[in-house]
Write a protein that binds this ligand. Structure first.
Ligand code: BGC
Length: 451
């Protein structure tokens, strides 16, 4: 009997991802406006160790060297995000040519090195000037976002073939508007569904702008975390449904089906607004692809005291957990992809993020850094991905999170997800063993996983 081969389909696209505030540094350079993350990080008590994105990986100044790191891995694609306030310091109106120029130079550098740029318009760093006008709670934000998107499409669509409107709208609303651990740090169950709805209206308006000004591909990126019941009691099953509707369907449904799942009304109660029916025409635009960020799963049980879901995750015994407290569960990646196809149809999919934070030892004297837990995570998840393709999922590519160790939002530099280790005192980059495996995966189109 021959062993199954993990060779991926011809043309499968291999990349790595980052985001602006997490790596760029120089957040106010060359006329950029402040973002909500600039404000949040500079508010005492919000960030672990008082870390900020002031320098981060200094990518704003070191981007050419970073493109060489990508090239050394053999990356075919690079997914990055644009800091809206670099380009439009007030969020709308006046364009800052120097901000635009940075992204233009980055794109040229990628193309010169044979790497396909994949740009995300919004990865959480909302211009502070727009937050002052209500941010995601203001319905006008759909138009503000479309105006910004149009500026970017006109400037870069000649060279950027793949765009995403938003990265992980769930995190924006859950962390930024419901629980307050992320910018802008609000805690309101009355605000969270409104912010979520306006994010999806903005995404729709951005896609509409693309149809008028762009000629390649546009999609949206969701974090999907599959939910499994702790027991088959009716209470646990209902709690699992609620958790799934809240985290996964709340965003993908309005975008791809033009509706909300009924559980949201149950979860938010009197705080759930009756959104105008017409809004769903805006949210429900045709996408060219969907990006899925997959990290972990949750096993869910009913808990009457858990606000507002009445559901809590249950830690699994004898399982490996990452430093961010996430269970390593690769079957969830296969399940997520097949669920997505069953519910939303045969849309081309990319894994736009997948990765793990583990404690890394210091770089050894011979310059090597062994990160066996991360290497194992990568291997297992690529095999799970291969299984999903075998099950008929239309999967086009994979982007590892992340190219570099970077600012893990309010957790600061305490969690490392990088393929490259970054020494934040010297800005020295060192490939971890996982980076070396990934380079071999790319070179062999997955066949190295057979070993
Ligand atoms: C985000 C990244 C983040 C990563 C690890 C995703 O939620 O898109 O910005 O660093 O997961 O937490």
């Amino acid at each position: 009997m021959t062993r199954p081969s993990f060779r991926f389909p011809d043309g499968f696209h291999w990349g790595a991802a980052t985001s602006a505030y997490q790596i760029e540094g120089s957040p106010l350079a060359d006329g950029a406006g402040p973002s909500i993350w600039q404000r949040f990080a500079h508010t005492p008590g919000m960030m672990v160790n008082g870390d900020t994105g002031d320098v981060a990986c200094d990518h704003y100044r070191r981007y050419k060297g970073d493109v060489q790191l990508m090239k050394a891995l053999g990356l075919q694609g690079y997914r990055f995000s644009i800091n809206w306030a670099r380009v439009l310091p007030e969020g709308i109106g006046r364009v800052n040519p120097q901000g635009l120029d940075f992204y233009s130079r980055l794109v040229d550098e990628l193309l010169e090195n044979g790497i396909v740029p994949n740009a995300t318009l919004f990865h959480w760093d909302l211009p502070a000037a727009l937050d002052d006008r209500g941010g995601w709670l203001n319905r006008d934000i759909a138009h503000w976002f479309a105006e910004y998107a149009e500026v970017m499409f006109k400037a870069l669509d000649d060279r950027v073939p793949r765009w995403a409107t938003l990265n992980e709208p769930w995190v924006v609303t859950d962390g930024g508007y419901l629980h307050g651990a992320l910018a802008p740090g609000h805690r309101s169950k009355y605000e969270a569904p409104i912010a979520a709805h306006n994010l999806m209206r903005a995404s729709g308006a951005g896609i509409q702008a693309y149809r008028a000004h762009g000629r390649h591909e546009i999609g949206v990126v969701f974090n999907i975390e599959p939910k499994y019941p702790h027991s088959d009691s009716a209470e646990d099953l209902a709690a699992t449904r609620r958790a799934h509707a809240y985290m996964n369907e709340q965003f993908a449904d309005p975008a791809l089906l033009g509706s909300y799942p009924p559980e949201l009304k149950e979860i938010f109660g009197e705080a759930w607004p009756d959104f105008p029916e017409d809004d769903f025409k805006l949210t429900n635009q045709k996408v060219d692809f969907v990006g899925i960020n997959y990290y972990t799963r949750a096993v869910v049980k009913h808990d009457a005291n858990a606000y507002p879901l009445k559901a809590v995750p249950v830690r699994q015994p004898n399982k490996t957990y990452t430093e961010t407290g996430w269970e390593v569960f690769e079957q969830g990646l296969t399940d997520t992809l097949t669920w997505f196809k069953d519910r939303y149809g045969d849309i081309p999919l990319y894994i736009t993020e997948n990765g793990s934070a583990f404690y890394d030892p210091p770089v050894a004297e011979n310059g090597e850094l062994d990160d066996p837990l991360r290497t194992n995570y990568l291997r297992k998840h690529l095999k799970a991905l291969h299984k999903a393709i075998g099950a008929g999922v239309n999967l086009k590519g994979y982007y590892a999170w992340s190219l570099l160790d970077n600012l893990e939002w309010s957790l600061g530099f305490s969690k490392r997800f990088g393929l490259y280790h970054v020494d934040f005192a010297t800005q020295q980059r060192t490939p971890k063993a996982t980076a070396k495996l990934y380079a071999r995966v790319i070179e062999s189109n997955g066949a190295v996983l057979d070993d």
